[in-house]
Design a protein around this ligand. Structure first.
Ligand SMILES: Cc1cc2nc3c(=O)[nH]c(=O)nc-3n(C[C@H](O)[C@H](O)[C@H](O)COP(=O)(O)O)c2cc1C
Ligand SMILES: C=C(O[C@@H]1CC(C(=O)O)=C[C@@H](OP(=O)(O)O)[C@H]1O)C(=O)O
Length: 368
């Protein structure tokens, strides 16, 4: 088993990219919540394929059917189940890939793990398409969090060697979250964004792909969420972020760059206490988490995405029937860069993870 995540609030994701449908079951939600499904639709559209030049040309509207868990306009508290039908599958290009695996995709490992019984069409259960249910679940989770003024935002931080402006680590400004989320290409600096789009387009024309990073932040998080050792908030958040296909790195605060600082530069010094006894710091190199527990400062993280595996340039692979080397040209409709569509996915994973951790510490009553 591996497609079920969470402790207090659990998410199960099911389906295959070219099967009948994909979907999810969210178990453990507080009862009595109103969910704004227009907002869920907004988040789903940010991720959906087939809308832009920098995305795959597979066209899916990602409309969902709600199967259970809502009654008279409110959550029941019992499993909320939904499905998203696949509408635009084209499986022809995939038959060869179960015999000649794509370098860097899950064709070979999935075949070994499931003894060849996996649905290999469109990457099956391994496909980035399975992030649609995660975005749905995240859209629900972020609405629960918003009742306590907890807000989440993200943007494309880098594509290849090109960079966007960073969030201010001590005040990542919630107005920026919505502003960026409303953009087709989610960057803070549109000039940098235009250069990034040109880079993606040139890779696509070269039958190639590019990678990059997403920076994301959560503000309004109370101090005291998370636990030491195995339930560190960094551990649980990283585990759901690593469930996003193509993620190769997750770092909190300054991440690996903190190693270049001295303690005197890296330490986030305390400078104020408010009337609720919350402490604030004048910097946020630690990304709002200390000892696995939130400090009350913004949670700040970066997620690294590899260049899309499926490229149309000839590559070397092995014919698994004959054992012979062979040249592979991957056909089909692929994202020349995963990062732009991955921004809402990262935010969704963070929302679900934080909701689960808050419920573990404060219980469901916290939301009533
Ligand atoms: C939103 C999204 C879209 C993706 N689109 C593609 C794609 O079009 N082609 C592709 O080869 N990989 C794509 N991927 C990545 C693959 O699904 C992923 O590389 C593969 O399942 C192997 O998993 P791994 O890279 O985590 O090892 C996408 C991932 C995400 C999150
Ligand atoms: C369908 C989506 O993305 C897909 C993710 C994906 C992969 O290998 O991850 C490969 C492509 O699948 P297909 O060959 O069926 O077009 C993408 O289009 C989606 O995000 O909804």
């Amino acid at each position: 088993m591996s497609s079920c995540w969470g402790n207090q609030i659990k998410l199960t994701i099911f389906g295959e990219s070219h099967g009948t449908a994909i979907g999810g079951v969210i178990d453990g939600l507080p009862p009595g919540l109103t969910i704004d499904f227009d907002e869920v639709g907004f988040q789903m559209k940010r991720r959906a394929p087939g809308q832009h030049q920098w995305s795959t040309h597979r066209h899916e509207t990602d409309e969902w059917e709600l199967l259970s868990g809502m009654f008279q306009g409110k959550t029941t508290g019992t499993p909320l189940a939904f499905q998203i039908r696949n509408r635009d599958q084209k499986s022809k290009a995939y038959a060869e890939l179960n015999i000649v695996p794509r370098p860097s995709h899950a064709d070979f490992t999935g075949n070994v793990r499931y003894h060849g019984y996996q649905d290999y069409r469109g990457g099956g259960h391994f496909s980035g398409r399975l992030t649609a249910p995660l975005v749905f679940a995240g859209a629900v989770a972020r609405q629960v969090l918003a009742t306590k003024n907890i807000q989440i935002g993200g943007h494309i931080r880098t594509i290849g060697t090109l960079s966007d402006t960073r969030f201010n680590p001590i005040d990542p400004a919630s107005h920026l979250f919505r502003e960026v989320a409303l953009k087709q290409f989610p960057v803070i600096d549109d000039t940098a964004g235009d250069q990034m789009k040109a880079l993606i387009e040139s890779a696509r024309k070269d039958c190639d792909s590019v990678g990059g990073t997403v920076e994301a932040a959560i503000i309004g998080v109370p101090a005291g969420i998370g636990s030491p050792i195995f339930d560190a908030l960094e551990s649980s958040m990283a585990s759901i972020l690593f469930a996003i296909p193509a993620v190769k790195g997750v770092s909190f605060g300054d991440g690996f760059d903190i190693t270049t600082l001295r303690g005197s530069q890296a330490n986030d010094q305390y400078d104020q206490m408010d009337d609720q006894r919350n402490l604030t710091t004048s910097s946020n190199h630690n990304g709002g988490i200390l000892g696995g527990i939130t400090s009350g400062m913004p949670i700040l993280l970066n997620v690294a995405f590899k260049p899309t595996a499926s490229i149309a340039k000839p590559q070397q692979s092995i014919n698994m029937r004959t054992g012979e080397q062979t040249k592979l040209i991957v056909k089909g409709r692929h994202d020349p860069c995963i990062v732009p569509r991955a921004v809402p996915v990262v935010e969704a994973a963070m929302a679900f993870s934080l909701l689960d951790s808050i419920c573990q510490i404060k219980g469901l009553e916290y939301w009533s």
